[in-house]
Design a protein around this ligand. Sequence first.
Ligand code: IPE
Ligand code: IPE
Ligand code: MG
Length: 246
Amino acid sequence: MAEEPPIANVPAHVAIIMDGNGRWASRRGLPRAAGHRAGTQNIRPLLEAAAEFGVQYLTIWAFSTENWVRPKEEVGALMRLLLESLDRWLPELHEKGVRLLHIGNLDRLPLGLQDRIRQAIELTHSNNRITLTVAFDYGGRDELVRAVRRLIADGVQSADVTEDLIGSYLDTADLPEPDLVIRTANEFRTSNFMIWETAYSEYYISPVLWPDFDRAELYRALSDYSHRERRFGGLRPVSTSPHRQQ
Ligand code: IPE
Ligand code: IPE
Ligand code: MG
């Protein structure tokens, strides 16, 4: 269990933009894929630490809709790493009570990977220790475009369009909005991550490259969050968002 002093106000939903794998590798004279491998290996201990700190939802962004423009070999390596990780770690994750979800496009991924992701979601659907959502082939604009298309296909009338209705058409419909977004590797941008859902999220930018982002650094981010005042447009800090939570 955690040996650090407990954090008073732990965010229910933490989303991480896992950045810096490539830099981690090139600083060591290694190919970029080695950075992605190291980054992937870092997910398990971080998930465990998040669960121990009391985080209920952890979302990790592993592949963006824009990442398809990278060299074919790198894209292939990222697909293989997700498949390998699911093959290797799914039984343990399931045993530890982790519920797995996916956001983004499934249908553009290799068929074997699509199947594996569906099986993982199905297997773990009634687990409740922590929800791990893997954002893979995910982009915020793409998510909105797909939501609008489905909304139109359902014949929704313009007068019925509300913020809640749009939220219910997003990939994240079953998730609360992120309380805290962590971006590693010192980049100060969203790169098209959850552009709807993070309207009132707190941001924490860490200089640490994702493969080196450890429990102590997560603790630092959560402690920092616990001192933030969230006002949601009002004059006083409020503890829970008045906006759509689920
Ligand atoms: C993040 O690491 C992982 C993905 C975007 C797939 P990067 O590959 O972007 O690493 P840097 O930014 O080049 O260091
Ligand atoms: C964002 O990182 C995507 C993921 C972490 C999966 P990028 O490295 O792709 O973002 P940019 O291109 O630097 O904005
Ligand atoms: Mg990057």
